[in-house]
Design a protein around this ligand. Structure first.
Ligand SMILES: [Fe+2]
Length: 374
């Protein structure tokens, strides 16, 4: 099996050896003879050969030092090097091979042997290149497929979240806006170096998009409770509270069917803890302070803010300024005080999100979420 005409640089300080070597190889390959390591490196600035035939004993820089320098440069490190040597001994051969040479050829050259050794190494090198290309192609394909699957998964989750929202009588866009508030709050945490350790381990896209499932458990709550035009009775409120654990259970069931865990991990935390309160008076577990996961503490601010500025059958919509005051009043009671301190000076951005997305129809939001997800 031949590898075709390849570019070979032949390095030897002896002009006669260069001439003999070139004559032996020129019928089959493009040969570039050079008299020193210095000339070799000059040559390498112009092109990358398929193989280097390198004399070991040379003045100034010998073959060992030359190969060391070649291996130090990323662009040259993969060029196969065959050492040329007048006398062979086990120690020096081993040293050369340890430094990364692929083979040894003794001088004086035997034309058939030199050609055979060259062909073998050129073939190995071309197979390595092909393998690397295939691996790169495979990686690209896997990435594309993963992106497609993630896009599809997100689109399905968007629809599920929107279906929950359609059943509820809250203003359209709640799911979309809460994701936007959450994203903004996390960006503020990063900017102000707050909760750095927790946030550093997060994939922002996963955390933000997982928030859309925060109320997925509402799918199991009856319409009469969800859309009751008035305050819920204690019994109804107890029923409503079950949406949290129903949501967690639903996400756990999805978790059991997929290898993807990071997105669902955040989704489960947010669904399970977004109604907990800093002072321990929330539900379902009555967690308090930092025992409430940060995702849940963040979602509490986003969720409550959006509920406040939205009109419900049983209440009018508060203005953004009123909503800010209510959030501020809940500092250290309902909400993590640190998050309120981050929210408050930046609350203008929440108002911008409301202004931008309040008038959107629910359908617009679905389509936008799909575009973002894909
Ligand atoms: Fe909820």
């Amino acid at each position: 099996m031949t590898t075709g005409r390849s570019k070979i640089i032949l390095v030897d300080d002896n002009m006669a050896n260069l001439s003999v070597g070139k004559n032996m190889l020129k019928t089959f390959h493009e040969v570039y003879p050079v008299l020193s390591a210095e000339k070799l490196f000059e040559c390498l600035e112009r092109f990358i050969p398929d193989l280097i035939l390198l004399d070991i004993e040379m003045p100034d820089m010998d073959g060992y030092e030359t190969i060391r320098r070649l291996k130090d440069v990323e662009d040259f490190a993969d060029i196969p090097v065959i050492f040329l040597t007048a006398k062979r001994d086990e120690g020096s051969e081993l040293e050369g091979l340890n430094l990364g040479a692929v083979d040894y050829v003794s001088k004086p050259f035997s034309a058939p042997l030199l050609l055979k050794r060259l062909e073998t190494q050129l073939l190995i090198a071309s197979q390595k290149k092909a393998l690397k290309r295939n691996n790169d192609d495979l990686q690209t394909t896997v990435l594309q497929k993963t992106k497609q699957v993630t896009g599809l998964q997100n689109a399905v989750l968007n629809i599920v979240a929107e279906l929950v929202e359609f059943r509820d009588s809250v203003t359209g866009g709640h799911v979309f806006r809460t994701q936007k508030y959450l994203q903004f709050l996390i960006e503020q945490l990063v900017k102000e170096n707050v909760y750095t350790k927790e946030v550093a381990g997060w994939d922002m896209d996963f955390v933000v998009s997982s928030a859309q499932l925060h109320d997925v458990g509402k799918i199991a709550i009856s319409d009469t409770i969800l859309n009751k035009p008035g305050k819920l009775t204690d019994e109804e409120f107890e029923k409503m509270k079950t949406h949290v654990l129903i949501g967690v259970d639903a996400i756990e069931r999805i978790e059991a069917t997929t290898a993807e865990h990071e997105f669902l991990h955040h989704a489960k935390i947010i669904a399970g803890t977004h109604h907990e309160k800093w002072d321990g008076s929330g539900y379902p577990f009555g967690l308090s302070g930092k025992s409430i996961p940060l995702e849940g503490r963040l979602m509490a601010v986003a969720d409550v803010y959006d509920a406040l500025i939205s009109e419900r059958p049983y209440k009018k919509a508060f203005t953004p300024a009123e909503a800010e005051d209510i959030i501020e009043a809940g500092r250290g009671v309902h909400f993590d005080p640190v998050l309120v301190d981050v929210f408050h000076p930046a609350s203008g951005r929440f108002t911008e999100i409301v202004d931008r997305y309040r008038e959107e129809t629910r359908q617009d939001c679905v389509f936008r979420q799909q575009r973002i997800a894909v």
